[in-house]
Design a protein around this ligand. Sequence first.
Ligand code: NAP
Ligand code: MG
Length: 478
Amino acid sequence: MTAAAHHDYYAGGWLRASGTRLLTALNPYTEQPATLVRESTPEDVDHAVGLARQAFTSWSAMETGMRAEFLQRVASGMRSRAEDLARSISTELGMPIKLCRRIQVELPISTFEQTAALLASYPWSERMGHSLVLREAAGVVAAVSPWNYPLHQIVAKLAPALGAGCTVVLKPSELTPGCALMLAEIFDAAGVPPGVFNLVPGAGAITGEALVSHSGIDVVSFTGSTQVGRHIMTRAAQTIKRVRLELGGKSASVVLRGADLARSVKHAVASCMLNSGQTCSALTRLLVAAEDYDEAIDLARAQLRTLTPGDPLDERTRLGPVISASHRDRIHGYVRRGIDDGAQLLAGGPDSPDLPGHGYFVAPTLLGDVRPDAETAQEEIFGPVLCMLRYRHPDDAADIANHSRYGLAGAVWAGDDREALAFARRLRTGQVDINGAAFNPAAPFGGYKQSGLGRELGRHGLDEFVELKSVQLPQPVN
Ligand code: NAP
Ligand code: MG
């Protein structure tokens, strides 16, 4: 167990929290405490925001090349602690270690590096007629992040915010604070000026609430549930903070006739089951033509059988537990109600045998004949539950896929890429992968509809943390 004995929060250095409440993050496999951290109080938050405001003046005025150098130094620090980071995330979250290394750690390190590299080509100023349009740092950023990709979601805010010249106060999820504590150590060791990056661990209702409501914050960048995102918008409205939100999803894989059925089903199962279904962009609805439906079920079942649940720190494990006992029960509740509502249980389910004797496991579950407006097709279950829906005509498939209050991601499979691209244009989502194409961390990521506001990653991620200033010139100035 990691006990944060020498430090509680990080604001210009490690400090002791003014309160006494200890938060325990559990290991969801052993069900034992993994990390203890003392909660930052609203007074601690106020102190951190004050420091961030002070540091803003010089950090935002610093030459971008120097800021890029600091980002590179942090990236190297992350690289040298990559294994510690992966083990911390695997232990607190339950994602298999092998996947943690690649997805939870390697991806954020390269995001840091790529953001640093981007600063050189970013249009900090451009001419528009007789105006000089400047892009300037938007101010002090409150970053609030969830537990499911804890480091990636922190870095997707931190790297562009710092790169743009903003200073940041971060409140990570209370369920996975370990990687954020390590990141603060890395910033400290990299010699980043005090107050540029600040960390206030704590619960959403206390520490998070104090942070997003603070009058010293200019931008709130939040990743989490749609419900909390909606609440944060109302808090931010008091001082007209800029709000950017990465929220939930209920994304669809659409398999058109003529597509490679085996590949498309395999891809849908893998996407849905990754991180035990706890991925915002997971493809959790699989839409298959009526003619292909039975074959798709057989393929999906065979694929699910390869996902044996086990110890996340075992190199061979492909499926870990879900984050908590209450989350497991919530997932089982969705599945039970789905079955009562007419869905067919085709694999897994709440009463599955053969799960490990401890740990918050949910068996990989397949529900068939799910109606497009059933709760299981509409709500984000956030667990290893794949819903199969059949369609009769591609137009129906587009309607079903778009029949969601979410609009984060999607996938389209067709006999040829052009047909798939034409179908992708019909989807009201921020991302669409066609015929199995890979995730691109340089392309904008974010949601239509209630999946969010704004975009993260790449150039568009930087845009979120700048203000535009038009300076009118009496005559051309060089
Ligand atoms: P959550 O409950 O909304 O929490 C997210 C963060 O907000 C946590 O740090 C939480 O603190 C904090 N928080 C809660 N109430 C708050 C308040 N009143 N004021 C300020 N902060 C508050 O979400 P989660 O359960 O951690 O994560 C799962 C959700 O995130 C899913 O819906 C998923 O789809 C979404 N997600 C979206 C994306 C995306 O990029 N679109 C990526 C990943 C996840 P605690 O530590 O107390 O929980
Ligand atoms: Mg929560």
